[in-house]
Design a protein around this ligand. Sequence first.
Ligand code: SAM
Length: 226
Amino acid sequence: MPEVKKISDGIFEVIKDKRQLATKNLDPGKTVYGEKLITVEGVEYRTWDPRRSKLGAMVLKKFDIPLKEDSKVLYLGAASGTTVSHVSDIVSEGAVYAVEFAPRSMRDLIGLASRRKNIHPIMADAGKPDSYSHLVEPVDLIFQDVAQPNQAEIAARNAVCFLKKDGYLLLSIKARSIDTAAKPKEIFKAEVKKLEQAFEPRFEVLNAKDLMPYHEDHLGVLAKLR
Ligand code: SAM
């Protein structure tokens, strides 16, 4: 019989031959991206591949993930919904506002949202939060994975519009989207400084770690409003 250990609210480790990150499947019997379904004592879990998800990698790199079953999340850079689907599992009584600007990915996301009522897909540019402010309520967490050169600025703009005073930001920073020549460590240092000082609102960075071995040249950041 597989064993299940809770890592944090809604996030588990299922041990069956090997240890696998997992969430409880909000849409039983269905997979989203070819992940495994494992049932333990009547509960179906979906395995969560940290190599396909920065958030999954952050869990394994021991970030505190500030999510509860009723959390409201703004997810910037939703793509086809691989990670959004796990966030949807975790915040089963909450909501995920999933922003994406690529039409092909949006089609997949709309399909996913038709089966999961807590996902609200929004086709928009994450750098222009005013364009979707009428669609999003104040949120407990902004998760951002947009791979853009102005990642810190996008996070700040969205935080002004949507982040609750005691809310958190979880950010994946891709070094190569910012500068292809500079050393990733230097880029990361500069980006953390930008989050702390360059824009309003300013953030207090609580944790920052590279996401190796799951994602090369990516920094995971957990921050809250100063
Ligand atoms: N977070 C996704 C996951 O784990 O399943 C993967 C995200 S992928 C690295 C980055 C995504 O951000 C792409 O789908 C891209 O189209 C989207 N993106 C980049 N810039 C954006 C912007 N300004 N507004 C909305 N989406 C953006």
